[in-house]
Design a protein around this ligand. Sequence first.
Ligand code: IVH
Length: 696
Amino acid sequence: MAKSPSEPSLSEARAEHARLGEEIAAHDRRYYQEDAPTISDADYDALRLRYEALEKAFPELATAESLTKKVGARPSEKFAKVKHAVPMLSLGNVFSDEEVEDFVARVRRFLGLRDGALLFTAEPKIDGLSCSLRYEKGRLVQAATRGDGYEGEDVTANIRTVDEIPQRLHGCNLDVLEVRGEVYMTHKDFAALNARQKEAGKTLFANPRNAAAGSLRQLDPKVTASRPLHFFAYGWGETSKRLENAQWGVLREFESFGLKVNPLTKLCDGAEDMLAHYRAIEAQRATLGYDIDGVVYKVDDIGLQERLGFVSRAPRWAVAHKFPAERAMTILRDIEIQVGRTGALTPVARLEPVTVGGVVVQNATLHNEDEIARKDIRIGDTVVVQRAGDVIPQIVEVVKEKPRGAKRYEFPDVCPRCGSAALREIDDKTGEADVVRRCTGSLVCPAQAVERLKHFASRNAMDVEGLGDKQIEFFYDEGLIKTASDIFTLPEREAHMSPRLAEREGYGETSVRNLFAAIEARRKVPINRFIYALGVRHVGETNARRLARHFKDFESLRETARDAAPGGEARARIDSIDGVGPVVAEALHDFFAEPHNERELDALLKQVTLEPMPAVASTSPVAGKTVVFTGALERLTRDEAKAQAERFGAHVAGSVSKKTDLVVAGPGAGSKLKKAAELGIEVISEDEWFARTGQG
Ligand code: IVH
């Protein structure tokens, strides 16, 4: 079972969700872009699980910015980019037998299949990195990594050095076949590679997956060639013709082409069968010679897969059943506090380094002060650290049988970076203290200033390329960028600087030129990005878009928010924006009424020009329409109809009103049909719906 959050309040959940999101994103970056994760898979999964559990308990947290809607991370800058014609998405995770049963039940419910056989394939989840191999007329023409799922890196030259990947497929003359699978390294080759690295005085790889990723993403294919990599095919992307009509059949077809398919793949009928195979695979895990981290179940019938489709970043027709998290005992040496963008103080455990599931762990999150108290964690204690997935390790318990650390941890009530008071806000309604303690010195605290700048320049905000976390820290410490507007005045100031930037360590002519070009390129920015970049509390990308849509121009948002003292008309106007509530309205008022922020905004708006929010382009004739489904649908379940409509960019409503554009009616439709006729709204049949949405 997914661990259910220990019933936090909404504000606690929101804070924890935001903090976890930052942690997970940082780990994703280390994992995908730097090939250097700092935590184990099991820990990562634990973080992700908690993150998802919070969203389940508080659906309002599952905004469009949620990490549950994103896959992986952006490709690094070293390789040419490849756009995936069919996105390379991710898998949802489950951890228990019950969840596997729930998955099967969910699939049945979605498809409206009460009984009868429903086949699934079950195969090992290989712990490597996914790769898409494009074959044209049977010849390998391109290979790409997953990247962020939509755009990956061109690793063709390197993939050509992998013996197990055929340059030509036997008996496959398809115009296009994109084979997807996992590139991995065996334990034996990993040990030999690390021995060579050690001898050469080079950095060791933490585990076979990092070694495989590091080897594949070499700029010199000769280096890749010297590192034995393997490949299992398990899926496909673009194909010029339909393949077999079952997952199992396609895998057999792949084998006949000369591709390797994992021999532990089995066709299963129902949850019991799938769980038995899971246990069989788990029992062989230690002797396989390569890392696997779970079992993947996929609906076998491709037609059913297509009906099930995707929800956010993962298919509805597949799931990963992960092996349990790995744990180890170690000593808690110290607790340090990190200060985030919104002033949140997060305790981090510094541990005696310990290997958990093949990765050395020396830091773990302690979440918040209540968690430390609840677990009675003291410095010097022996603790159990758990690593799940690829993110931050967690301390799951204190080993009470071991000598206890005498020193209880005193959580600071002042910010360790700026000395301002650090308080736990009291929720007006519940009277409860927020779990998160925050530094109140938002405008004087250097830690918050740096984090705000990082946010401002980050990918989904202003997206200033070459101005990543490290560079921001450098410029801040050097006194060159203290506020967001300083970013835009930097090129001009730099011209009069001595020494010039290019003369400083770590900066060359080219990097300075590139950075300045990137800054120039961001002087024009869509208004929604700009609003998001400001980092107003509770204003994520979705709320920024809502505000941009409502106010259209920034000055009117600014004025309204400034005047939005409680009880007034301006406050009511913000409150009434669809999806924006009182918490956001208050945060906006606090931000825009603050004189320092006013001055900084004036400075910033002299530097940047705001553009309208880009419209979402969709080619479907139902895009942007409000649709109501009514009556008995025969080809679709209700869930499926809704998912389908949303995929085509339509909005699904439960009742017919003046706002309805289209009613899809099946047999037995009653009052809604009547209402549609009264209002003169177009009514179509289920078959017509299929035709209109281009589904035949
Ligand atoms: S299927 C749309 N099958 O796991 C679903 N993935 O967590 C595509 N992986 O990105 C994935 N073994 O890198 C699938 N037998 C398997 C796999 C597998 C490993 C990886 C793959 C994917 C990640 C998702």
